[in-house]
Structures are given as C-alpha cells and as structure tokens.
Write a protein that binds this ligand. Sequence first.
Ligand code: FEO
Length: 401
Amino acid sequence: MAPRILSQEIAREFYLLRIDDEKVKYFEALWGIPEKVTYNAYLLVGDDVVLFDCWKDVYADDLVEAVKEVVDPQDITHIIVHHIEPDHSGSLPKVLEVNRFRAEVVAHVMAKPMIEAFYRISPKFRIVKDGEELVLAGERIRILHTPWLHWPETMMSYLSSRRILVSCDAFGGYSIPRAVFDDEEDVVQGYLPSVRKYVATIIGFYRQHIIRNIEKIQSLGLSINMIAPAHGLIWKKNPQLIIDYYRDLANGVPDDNKILVVSGSMYGLMEVAARAAVEEVEKLGGRVVFYRFNDSEQPPFSEIIGDAIDSRAIILAAPTYEAGIYPPLDQLVDLISRKIPPKPMLIIGSYGWAGVAAKKISEKLEGSGFKVIEVIEFRGSADEKDVQRIRESTRKLLESS
Ligand code: FEO
C-alpha cells in the first residue's frame, strides 16, 4: 500500500509536507506504536525556497515527489535541519542529491559533525546560533536553540510575520490524526493519549528540558498563531493547549485518580495479590489501569510508560527471579526511574526461598527520587494477613498521593 502523503498550503506560501508512516511498528526500533506516526516537513516558498526538516530515509523518494508538488527540488536554497534523528534527517542525502547540493544546510554547530558522520556527506553548512535571525523567502526566521528536545543540537524556527513556531519533536505525538489541524475537539481528545505516550517514551528522560525550554520560549514573548511540529497535529486553534499539556506531563501532573498497577506473575500467585490492591483502589474511587505480565500476556512497555507519566500513584508487584527482580518488571522499573517524574509507590514482592525483588525495586526507585510508601513481601502466595496488609497499604498510598 502506498503511503498517504499530504502536501498542503497551511499559511501564505508555507506548505506542510506530511507522510503517514503506516509501516513502522516500533519507533526507534523500540517502542510499540500500533497507532503509527507521521513525519511533517515544511516548505517556505519565496525568493528563497526553505525546506524545514525531512522524512525517514525509506520515504526519501516520496519526499522528493512531495516537494515537486510545490517547487522544483533544485530550487531549494536552504534546508533547516532542526534535529538529526534520522526520522527527520534520513532523507536529507537524497534531497541534497536531487538538489545537486545547491542548498545550504542550516543547523546548530553540534549538528554538522553528526550529519557528516551519519550520512558521509559534506554539504554547504550555515551554522546558526540561538536567537539568530535569518531573512529568507521574505520572512524573518528566528532560530531558537532548544537543547534536549530531543537531542542536544535540536532547534526550532519562529516565522515572525506568520507567527508560526516550527517546533520539530516538541509538541508532537504518535498516531496518524485524521485531520491536519486541531480544529475538532474529538480529533484533539483522540490524539492526546498518543502525545502522552510519545512524551513519556521519547522525551521523558529529558523532562526538565521540556520545562526549561517552554519557559525560554515564553520569556521571549513570541506571539504564536500556529505550532507546526514534526509529528502529528498542527496546533492553530489552540496552540497554548499543547504547550500546557507538555508542561503538565513533564511535571507529572496526575490525571485525576488514575492509579497504575503492574504485576508480574510466573504462575499467577502474585497476580492474585495484585488484584487485592486493584479492588482496594476501585473501592476508594480510584481509576485503575492494570497491566499484567503472565503466561498469556506481555504488555508493551510503551503503553505502560505512557500510562505511568500522568498516574497519581503506582503499584508494582513482582516476584524474585534468579536473586533479582522478575525480568520484565526489572526493565520496567529502570524505565520508570529514568523517564517518569517521581510518584508515590507501593511495592509488593514475593519469593520461594529468598526474598530479593521488593527490596531491589524499592532501592532503585528511591535512588531516583520516588517516594516508596510501603514495601510488602510474602512467601509463595499471599495469605489473609498479607492481603490485609496490601489493602491497608493501598489505602495509605492513596491518602498520601
Ligand atoms: Fe522525531 Fe527525535 O526525532
């Protein structure tokens, strides 16, 4: 099936070039995204022709065709490379080849060695600094260096007369929205969970930089009519919504009473114990999101992390395995401690002959600033007393969050 490609004028002589990547299953060859993703490039046409970012390499020929819908690729005078991750720069070599390397590649100083090393090309570079203003295609383009959104070289461009912020990874999300803009409420509400999952998996580790860069953008007092990210919806009706949503996610602001419960259970004993916590949360009016690793389910980490970032508290239940933590939960604890703002936690562990998992989970999380409200560990299956402790500790967790 041919990919769906949009080439659409979204402001005066400013074009969206969007491709819907229906083929990708794992973003960064890591995160399961059955909802898929779009790559958005942009084209500004005037006396100069400026391409803002590219697409993934497998879509290089498609990008050239999309550019041809608007201009001759040989007429591109500048390619602003905001970010080198290959979902946005992979087709740069092809575009430059078709362009006969006439265009200047406009990028941060850290981008140059990466472009040269990734693609073994030596285009004409124009190195730009934070705050620098370029006048291209009759537009004053202000460069904003926004490090760690997503890599250290990442920049945004502000188109002064059009009041458009071309934001690259920031303010983007997974999925293939059926619309281009945020006009319809149901499109926006359907899209935001994919933004949450994207932020948690891709930029969660750099969440302090989300806050810092939003502060930086707002301190500049830019009037923003449109945010044009490199993935997903374009924000025209309400750009402030996506800015606020990103800031809230980075701060770990909870979604009401959402409590994440994850259990790992080789033979079902731990899952019974975890269900006691689930029942208690529900009894107290909490909204449970429950993921189970067992002999018939292995839920994707991308979904769990996406649900962790805006949960009010988290309950993890895992048995001891080879003097450590049951491996899927071990990996999850590492991901949570790296990518998720600290939340109150309840840890439940179990063992056959020596208990290790609960203590190790607790140590890892506390080392990353998480507040562990209680650690419960039992041998074999949870007896009545253990279940009572789980219920009491769940109540304590909810009271403290
Ligand atoms: Fe969409 Fe960091 O690349």
